[in-house]
Design a protein. Structure first.
Lengths: 244, 367
């Protein structure tokens, strides 16, 4: 895949403190347009904090940030229109049907009725969900929920989609299928920012950054990282980094 | 605006698909009305009494007739000896015993004095007290009418109870019930529905979307304004049609004040949902911190004037107290806004304070 050199996310010296605890310690990185950017780290390394700041769910203590070409302090509204977000809980409304969920999320992004109808039709055909259109979310399997949550997050054609541990709790086959959806979205021009702690998934990313204790300990393509740490897999890279 | 509509529709789906929510919204007001209306009454009606009349003369019969025709009492048994008094109380039906002394009329004639003993079942002290009072009232009325020609000077107190001539309990509990139910529905339901989104993680998605936080909150709260208002109307209608609660003043003003009170309770609900992220805590706070004070400290059941000073002070920071004062004033006395503007302002003040606190809290949470 050819990556453009255009930066879609730039972060300079991002600091986030909770009292005296420093969750993000001077993070500096760029994400290129169209790439799948992996944001790795152990639990508590500060991944979720950073993703929340990038999505506008939380304010940074200091630092310069631009997302989708807009400043997150002064152009929050424009940032919000251009991003999608999927949390690790596949948040959908249990007591609404598949279609009602799609319609609701399309609605709050200001999509028109026609757009919602045609996009939800495409989406359900692609996922093979036509039979489940009018089923309540609580009655469909977890794997379907996950796929639907992702499809809903990119329903409004955002420039960037943020995925916060999108594969937690699902089986390996479903995980693999889910990554196919991510590739497809990236192929369609959506930049994917994904956090995970499955190291095999790191191999699927164009570039990965590895966080340790609130700092970025390494950032490069998976191949370069493996070479740099002379490790056979990303798992080894991660263990070497975490030990030092 | 279209976004907002979609949001409200979704909120109605949540409500109408959850039968528990529906039950609380519409079942509870009706059930509470019936409970308070028929069970929790402090009026005396058809209390069972026993009479021991060894004298059996004209005077005692007349007194007994008066007592029994008052509508408060019905005769359960005529006793044949003093020994039967204790067992008849023990059986539990009889609440009051009336005992004449032997030769009642004769003694009254000769000495101008005769004795009646009233024995109440004080295992329920309030009822016993009331029954004894009613009965002695009837007896002394009879004596006054009997002696009116003989006694040269008399002072006859003529008592009139304004605004609730028959001292009906319904006049007290309808306003109290409205205050309690509207508070419960508004504050509890909104705080639950907001914390539910937090628990599910859907709140995050909403906050990431282009919707403004205030739009989210208004969208969530709006259906409950509507439903709580509907409930207010149901309670008023039931109170009016089933229990004969009068509405002397302007219905428009009454509904307006109820709307204000609902807004106050909703902003309290928003505040609660900002304090906590869990539905359970929200429910605990709503029930313990809101319900009990609403029942105990609002003048709903216990008069505020009889409480110790510190409790009275507490009562004055309870919003339901003001609402109850307002609607009693409108419904029973037929007063207009010129009599209740002070309480209205206080309710507006409460609403403003709760909303301001919520907004401040909301901002803190986002940093």
């Amino acid at each position: 895949m050819s990556l453009s050199n255009e930066n879609i996310i730039t972060v300079k010296n991002l600091v986030k403190k909770f009292g005296t605890f420093v969750a993000n310690d001077h993070l500096t990185f760029e994400v290129k347009k169209g790439e799948i950017f992996g944001f790795l780290g152990a639990n508590g390394a500060g991944k979720t904090t950073a993703i929340k700041i990038l999505c506008g769910l939380s304010y940074p203590t200091s630092g310069e940030l631009s997302v989708a070409g807009f400043d997150i302090y002064t152009q929050r509204e424009k940032v919000k229109k251009n991003i999608g977000y999927m949390s690790q809980r596949f948040s959908l409304y249990d007591d609404l049907t598949v279609f009602e969920n799609i319609r609701f999320y399309g609605g709050i992004y200001g999509l028109r009725k026609k757009e919602i109808d045609s996009r939800s039709h495409d989406l359900m055909q692609r996922l093979g969900f036509e039979s489940a259109r009018n089923k309540l979310i609580r009655d469909i399997p977890l794997g379907w929920k996950q796929k639907l949550a992702f499809s809903v997050a990119i329903l409004h054609n955002p420039k960037i989609v943020f995925l916060d541990e999108p594969t937690g709790g699902v089986d390996p086959i479903t995980r693999r299928q889910f990554w196919d959806m991510i590739f497809e979205a990236a192929h369609g021009g959506i930049t994917v920012f994904v956090t995970t702690h499955y190291m095999d998934e790191a191999e699927y990313c164009d570039r990965v950054s590895i966080m340790v204790d609130g700092r970025i300990a390494a950032l490069d393509t998976p191949d370069n990282l493996k070479r740099q740490f002379s490790a056979p897999s990303m798992n080894e890279v991660f263990i070497k980094l975490a030990r030092t | 605006m279209k976004r907002f509509n979609g949001f409200v529709i979704k909120e109605f789906y949540h409500i109408f698909r959850d039968y528990r929510t529906l039950l609380i919204l519409f079942g509870m007001p009706a059930v509470q009305m019936m409970l308070f209306g028929y069970v929790l009454t402090n009026e005396i009606k058809d209390a069972k009494i026993a009479i021991y009349d060894p004298s059996g003369d004209v005077v005692t019969r007349k007194i007994s007739d008066k007592i029994l025709s008052s509508g408060y009492f019905i005769l359960e048994r005529n006793l044949n000896s003093v020994d039967e008094i204790d067992p008849v109380f023990r059986q539990g039906n009889v609440k009051l015993a009336v005992i004449y002394e032997p030769g009642f009329a004769q003694k009254l004639e000769k000495r101008g004095k005769a004795r009646i003993q009233l024995i109440g079942d004080a295992s329920d002290p309030n009822t016993a007290n009331m029954l004894v009072n009613y009965a002695s009232g009837i007896i002394s009325n009879y004596l006054i009418s009997m002696n009116s020609e003989k006694v040269p000077i008399q002072i006859i107190p003529e008592v009139r109870m304004m605004y609730n001539g028959e001292l009906k309990g319904v006049y007290m509990f309808v306003p109290g019930l409205m205050a309690m139910l509207l508070m419960l529905i508004s504050a509890l339901m909104t705080s639950l529905s907001i914390t539910k989104e937090k628990e599910l993680g859907t709140m995050e998605l909403l906050l990431v979307s282009p919707m403004e936080p205030y739009q989210i909150i208004i969208g969530k709260v709006f259906p409950y304004v509507f439903l709580a208002f509907l409930d207010a109307c149901i309670i008023l209608l039931l109170g009016h049609l089933v229990f004969g609660m009068p509405i002397m003043g302007s219905i428009f003003l009454l509904l307006l004040e109820s709307f204000l009170y609902i807004c106050m309770a909703l902003s309290l609900g928003i505040l609660i949902s900002n304090i906590t992220n869990s539905q359970q805590v929200a429910m605990m706070i709503s029930l313990v911190v809101l319900m009990l004070p609403t029942i105990l400290l609002s003048g709903f059941i216990f008069p505020v004037e009889n409480m110790p000073l510190i409790m009275q002070v507490l009562c004055h920071i309870m919003p339901p107290k003001y609402y109850i004062t307002i609607i009693k004033s409108i419904m029973l006395q037929g007063n207009g806004i010129e009599y209740v503007w002070r309480e209205t302002l206080i309710l507006i003040g409460f609403t403003a304070v709760f909303l301001a606190l919520s907004i401040k809290k909301f901002n803190v949470r986002l940093t």
